[in-house]
Design a protein around this ligand. Structure first.
Ligand code: SAM
Length: 244
């Protein structure tokens, strides 16, 4: 059964919670759950709830909180995936698989070799669509958090918060592998992972990232497709730190 996300952070045991209109329809019409059924819900901010359904109609589903606890499904390490914009469904793939794996947030951005370059009006619609993909993947994978998909950025507007280590996956890196870099890095609370577009990063873009403290890392001698590199690297990082 998918995890439902409550529209707001709920209170303590005994309180009544209401599910979203969309989830109400799904619970009543698709899953056909009856009052008295216990379901799991999250608030998308790291808390999990056991909820006893009291009212079940396609328009309204409400229940009573039986228990509220910290959501154990979230990695302690928050990975922010800075993904240079990919064409069409490849971006959807990165968002869906990255969410399943445990990525905390996604920051799409344009780099010099980004093939997809949406108009500003389109970018807003794309972000809404991408956020929906992250929501659906978070439900399916029973995440405790709904990953944020930030608005499309330019390479110059990417944030580099102080104290957050950053890795840039670069096939031109000849010395440092991901494995070596992680072995020398104590488990951080957050980490930025930068991945290029179909055409890769220009050397001066890698230098731009290095100037902002990012470490170039090799993923090995094989060239991964852009849509492979992000999810795989996120999985390797989480595995290394015992989160998978
Ligand atoms: N320059 C590549 C080529 O000539 O095929 C295209 C870039 S690759 C398809 C897309 C992105 O995946 C790269 O920008 C990099 O971030 C990452 N990537 C793929 N293979 C990699 C590897 N072996 N080591 C490090 N990064 C890699």
């Amino acid at each position: 059964m998918p995890k439902f996300f409550l529209p707001a952070t709920a209170g303590a045991a005994g309180e009544t919670v209401h599910f979203t209109q969309e989830d109400a329809w799904h619970i009543a019409r698709v899953l056909r759950l009856a009052p008295g059924t216990e379901v799991r819900a999250g608030d998308g901010r790291g808390y999990a709830y056991r909820v006893l359904l009291r009212t079940v109609t396609p328009q309204l589903v409400a229940g009573e909180i039986l228990a509220k606890e910290a959501d154990e499904s979230e990695p302690a390490l928050r990975i922010h995936l800075y993904q240079s914009l990919l064409k069409g469904e490849k971006m959807d793939w990165v968002l869906q698989k990255g969410t399943e794996i445990g990525v905390f947030s996604f920051q799409p951005f344009l780099s010099s070799r980004s093939v997809a370059r949406p108009e500003p009006a389109q970018a807003g619609k794309k972000q809404q669509r991408w956020s929906r993909i992250a929501l659906e993947a978070a439900k399916q994978s029973e995440r405790g958090v709904i990953p944020t998909v930030h608005p499309l950025a330019t390479i110059d507007s990417l944030p580099w918060p102080a104290g957050v280590p950053a890795l840039v996956a670069w096939e031109g890196e000849q010395e440092k592998s991901l494995r070596q870099v992680l072995a020398a890095m104590p488990k951080p609370e957050e980490l930025i992972l930068v991945v290029g577009p179909e055409g890769g990063f220009a050397r001066e873009e890698v230098e731009f990232f290095v100037d902002r403290g990012a470490l170039p890392v090799s993923l090995g001698p094989r060239i991964l497709r852009a849509e492979t590199a992000g999810p795989v690297t996120a999985a390797l990082i989480l595995y290394h730190y015992g989160e998978m």
